[in-house]
Design a protein around this ligand. Structure first.
Ligand SMILES: [Zn+2]
Ligand SMILES: [Zn+2]
Ligand SMILES: [Zn+2]
Length: 365
């Protein structure tokens, strides 16, 4: 029911123009629903997904359950992949993440057909499987393309990135995601492993907005040692410029200060109000105590993450390091919705630890 008067959300006080919970609270509730499922309930839900796999393109049927279980219960998808393959269903590609070797080989058979009709989807499914055998096949297909390649815009090494990996010209595998994931959540708890939105005493040279360390991350915290950072890394940005489309290049020193440069700014107006900035600078966002499933960011609840597989708002995007030109690794994805009322979309943060460089960029629908 649409109304003209603002109605605060009964749970978080966020102002909106419809009755009931705000979208953020609805999404949180849905996440909690999946997080609290018992093993029996998970098994029954997987059976239901398998039974109705041909409805996977409809969110309210089984897609919602699939995405909830993948993101919040880290389910094994072997049986789901079997069922999907039997019905010629190749989307979403994450259906195939734990596909058996048999299904993997059948997908490879399909892609090795010079007239493969569904190359776009089959390559995506194989990318998510991401085994060494898939890498060999992709490498061969990149060197010796089949006729279907003409209908696609990009090479197999680019499809591979959807699965969080790629390979160089010699076929050497490169990992683009970390294989562990933690969430950044609203919790009043003394925990200094990550800090979001720490104000700096400098204003942006482009738009005059006050700058912040969008993320300070303590690589020595025992939860975060998988990042290989060996100390504290500060990631400064201009929140206004970064929440539009500019790319920011940050050079960091472990346990020291960082500098940043905004690449190709096109907008000079500051859209962040003092009230919004203050909110951003006084949040309770904290690193989750427990490890989360690697697809945590791909659930319905748009929470920020460290490591893991990102949810891409648009096409997947792994930057080349501005110094060594190698592919950068996804360090973190920050959901603007969690920190800035006036912004939406996601800030992706990628890192080259060889060169001590971080690149951030923004995507929104
Ligand atoms: Zn709410
Ligand atoms: Zn700026
Ligand atoms: Zn580099």
């Amino acid at each position: 029911m649409k109304q003209n008067n603002p109605i605060p959300c009964p749970e978080c006080d966020r102002v909106k123009y419809f009755e009931g919970l705000c979208y953020a609270c609805k999404n949180r509730r849905l996440r909690e629903h999946y997080e609290l499922l018992t093993n029996d309930q998970i098994a029954a839900t997987i059976e239901n997904i398998i039974a109705k796999i041909e409805t996977i393109d409809k969110w309210e049927e089984v897609y919602k359950d699939f995405s909830g279980l993948l993101a919040y219960q880290d389910i094994d998808t072997t049986e789901i992949a079997n069922a999907a393959f039997q019905k010629n269903i190749f989307y979403p590609p994450t259906l195939y993440r734990n596909a058996s070797e048999e299904i993997q080989n059948k997908l490879i058979e399909l892609i090795l057909n010079p007239d493969c009709k569904d190359a776009n989807h089959i390559l995506s499914c194989l990318a998510v499987i991401g085994s060494d055998k898939v890498k060999e096949v992709f490498y061969d297909l990149e060197k010796s393309p089949l006729p279907w390649r003409k209908k696609l815009h990009v090479n197999p090494s680019f499809y591979a990135q959807l699965g969080g990996w790629t390979f160089d010209e010699n076929g050497k595998r490169i990992e683009l995601n970390y294989n562990q994931c933690y969430a950044i959540i609203n919790e009043e708890r003394e925990d200094k492993a990550v800090k979001i939105g720490e104000p700096l005493f400098e204003n942006c040279s482009v738009c005059k907005c006050q700058t912040i360390n969008i993320l300070t991350i303590d690589g020595n915290d025992e939860r975060l040692t998988f990042l290989g950072l060996n100390g504290k890394v500060k990631i400064p940005i201009c929140p206004n410029c970064a929440s539009m489309c500019e790319k920011t290049v940050i050079r960091y020193q472990v346990d020291g200060e960082s500098t940043f440069e905004i690449i190709d700014p096109f907008e000079t107006e500051n859209y962040i109000s003092d009230v919004d900035f203050k909110k951003l600078a006084t949040n309770n966002l904290t690193l989750s105590k427990e490890r989360k499933p690697v697809y945590f960011a791909c659930g319905n609840d748009e929470l920020s993450t460290i490591g893991g597989n990102p949810e891409w708002v648009q096409d997947w995007q792994y930057e080349n390091c501005p110094d060594c030109q190698k592919k950068m690794k996804l360090l973190s994805a920050i959901s603007w919705d969690q920190i800035l009322e006036s912004s939406e979309g996601t800030l992706y943060i990628e890192i080259c630890t060889d060169c001590s460089i971080v690149v951030t960029f923004h995507q929104q629908t």
